[in-house]
Design a protein around this ligand. Structure first.
Ligand code: XMP
Length: 525
């Protein structure tokens, strides 16, 4: 390959918008590489990145407060196109000498913007033509402030009733501002607007394709590890499965996977993982059956965070012991993906609030001397999935619901007992099977059963049954940060409930969790 598929991409400067990652995914979907950096990105990094264009995101602040975040003046001096969205437009206006004021009416939701002028950034992009010949766009607004005076050299290109300056442009410098959000799907022509900026204005080339990403990743891994052997903790989740597949393509037998079965996996999961990777793909996988060890260590532990910690440290202990037995290994592969990098950067700057410590199997032991290989660290989850499919992983594996590292342990409230694990596994398998059967599995983003260690009375036949309670949980979400409980059909819930109670003698009652996130979390612990 003669070109770098990351070169000449888009730099996204983040002011804390809830849509920042969405903007990045839209840019990538257009076939152009982009990176997200915080608004206080320093000038050297800015110059080293050498982007073809910059997008300034929205954000929760008001530009008129004393400590309002601003970007370095260099952003406007580099001589490259800049697109400001919402707060990004407002800071561009203020930093270039315009004015921003609080709107009389805050605008949230749909708005119709009317295009102003004929030849400009938005021309040719429209949803409707009105009887008076004016062209309009259906867009998504979410703002309290608005630009009230254009900076010198800017012209008005669109307005709404509430925001007379809804879009602005400085043609000579290729600076553009949009008060609305082109990244959300509610803005119907959003992708076209972003494409106008990225392809027509910034003249980026569309090198960021799945095939190119794979070719590039394989070449990079080969260059990085040479003839060394690489160790990977395979969990069966999407990320580690895609890493295993990619590395197998890149270095074949020099990839050694260790699959630790902690006894808290879903029904049939361990066999599925071994079948796929060993039988179908010929990957070297060492399976470690450590269920008893994990269950022993969990005895008497009832606190959710304590359970996570025990599982995390036991995993490392088991994984490490296996790794020590393997000689001549210099590299440890991990399925880190781009949101992990963005979120851990936010956490380290104190910009994120930790609600649960997410312990993932595959965590890096502190005293390990292995160097890291992270071939997915620039990719979003949807890109990882595309890679998986293109590399030949089955759809069912690539699109399976996420499963927490600590497994079923966080779906058994309180102490984890082998009997509870067995009951939960059976109930969960029934729920998932019925979701597939009813064609609902892929309509929800995560679904599972939670075991409640309390007993309730039921009647089976003529007898009284005093047994455990389970709850079904199914959610719809885009980013797993917020979620809505899925409105599953009553008939489906009824069927699942009947099957669980009839087929599992230790369950006398099935409930459905109708809590959204926030305030509840997706998992119960
Ligand atoms: P919560 O429960 O925080 O879950 O709303 C959000 C998403 O994260 C998953 N989750 C975990 N994943 N280790 C993981 O790898 C964990 O300890 C963990 N806890 C929650 C959860 O399944 C959901 O997809």
């Amino acid at each position: 390959m003669t070109y770098d598929i990351r070169a000449q991409g888009i730099l996204i400067i983040d002011f804390g918008s809830q849509y920042t990652q969405l903007i990045a995914r839209r840019v990538r979907a257009i076939g152009v590489y982009c990176e997200i950096h915080p608004y206080d990105i320093n000038n050297n990094t800015l110059q080293d990145l050498a982007p073809r264009g910059i997008i300034l995101t929205g954000g929760p602040e008001s530009v008129n407060t004393t400590l309002a975040p601003q970007v370095s003046q260099l952003v406007f001096d580099l001589g490259i196109p800049v697109l400001g969205i919402c707060y990004g437009m407002q800071t561009m206006a203020i930093q270039m000498g315009g004015q921003v004021m609080a709107s009389e009416q805050r605008e949230f939701g749909f708005a119709e913007v009317t295009l102003v002028g004929i030849e400009n950034f938005l021309s040719g992009i429209k949803d409707h033509i009105k009887t008076d010949g004016s062209q309009t766009l259906d867009v998504w607004m979410s703002h309290g402030d608005q630009v009230t005076e254009l900076p010198l050299g800017f012209e008005l290109i669109a307005s709404t009733k509430n925001a007379p300056i809804a879009a602005m442009a400085c043609k000579t410098k290729n600076f553009y501002g949009l008060q609305f959000h082109p990244e959300v799907t509610h803005t119907r022509q959003g992708s076209q607007i972003l494409e106008r900026f990225i392809i027509d204005i910034c003249q980026c080339e569309q090198h960021w394709t799945t095939t190119n990403i794979i070719t590039n990743a394989i070449a990079n891994v080969r260059a990085q590890v040479g003839t060394d052997r690489v160790l990977l903790g395979l969990s069966g989740g999407v990320d580690s499965s895609v890493v295993a597949t990619l590395l197998h393509h890149a270095i074949g037998d020099r990839l050694i996977c260790v699959f630790v079965d902690h006894g808290l996996l879903r029904q049939g999961e361990a066999d599925e993982v071994m079948d796929q990777f060993v039988t179908h793909m010929g990957v070297q996988v060492i399976q470690v059956n450590a269920a008893q060890l994990f269950l022993d260590k969990l005895i008497g532990i009832t606190d959710a965070e304590a359970k996570r910690k025990v599982i995390g440290s036991t995993f490392i202990e088991v994984f490490d012991a296996k790794a020590q037995q393997l000689k001549d290994i210099k590299w440890l592969a991990q399925g880190t993906i781009y949101p992990d990098i963005i979120e851990s950067a936010a956490a380290s700057t104190g910009k994120a609030h930790v609600i649960k410590s997410h312990h993932n199997v595959g965590g890096l032991p502190d005293d390990m001397t292995l160097q890291l290989v992270e071939p997915l660290r620039e990719l979003f989850k949807d890109e990882v999935r595309q890679l998986g499919l293109e590399l030949g992983l089955p759809y069912t594996m690539v699109y399976r619901h996420p499963f927490p590292g600590p497994g079923l342990s966080v779906r058994i409230l309180g102490e984890v007992k082998p009997k509870y694990v067995q009951i939960l596994r059976q109930a969960d398998a029934i729920f998932i099977e019925e979701l597939h059967q009813a064609d609902w599995y892929h309509k929800v983003n995560q679904a599972f059963v939670v075991f409640l260690p309390v007993k309730s009375v039921g009647v089976v036949g003529d007898g009284r049954r005093y047994q455990y309670v389970v709850s079904l949980r199914a959610i719809e979400t885009i980013d797993f940060m917020t979620a809505r409980w899925a409105h599953l059909p009553y008939e489906l819930l009824e069927k699942v409930s009947n099957r669980i109670i009839n087929e599992i003698e230790h369950i006398s009652r099935v409930t459905y969790d109708v809590s959204s996130k926030p305030p509840s979390t997706i998992e119960w612990e």
